[in-house]
Design a protein. Structure first.
Length: 151
């Protein structure tokens, strides 16, 4: 999947940044495993705490208070903040509840929001992944990468 991301970005002369919460930098790690990724990957920010989301990415305190860290509004602001702050063409942001605990009735364990921001706008989608913490995080990384290819 990483190779497909590279091909897509290189073909369009575009650059990418990541804003990660529940994946803890796994998306950026996967991207930088590919030799030559510096040609299209600018960097990423791990914003695990709400404070980091606000400080690093410009997520509004009001958004976090009203919607929560695992929400459409938050990942949209994360993606747009990463795109703006790193001056890239495309960004992806993820925030979720990987488990094994922390879920609620409205946001069960496995709930993940992913947003992709481009010059055409920002698209966000909610997913509920199954499995262990590692499984949820792995599925998040793969889905985030697939969304870049599809953008």
């Amino acid at each position: 999947m990483t190779e497909a991301v590279a091909e897509k970005l290189l073909a369009g002369h575009r650059t990418l940044a990541t804003a990660e919460s529940c994946t803890g930098g796994w998306i950026a790690k996967t991207l930088t495993d590919l030799p030559g990724s510096s040609a299209w990957f600018a960097g990423g920010m791990v914003s695990y705490s709400n404070e980091a989301k606000m400080t690093l990415l410009g997520v509004r305190a009001d958004t976090l208070e009203k919607e929560g860290a695992v929400s459409e509004a938050t990942v949209r602001e994360m993606a747009e903040g990463a795109r703006s702050k790193l001056g890239v063409d495309v960004s992806v942001a993820v925030s979720g509840i990987a488990g094994p605990d922390g879920g609620t009735a409205s946001k069960p364990v496995g709930t993940v929001w992913i947003a992709w921001a481009t010059d055409h706008g920002t698209v966000a989608q909610r997913f509920v992944f199954d499995g262990s913490r590692k499984d949820v995080r792995r599925q998040t990384v793969l889905t985030a990468l697939a969304g870049i290819v599809d953008s």
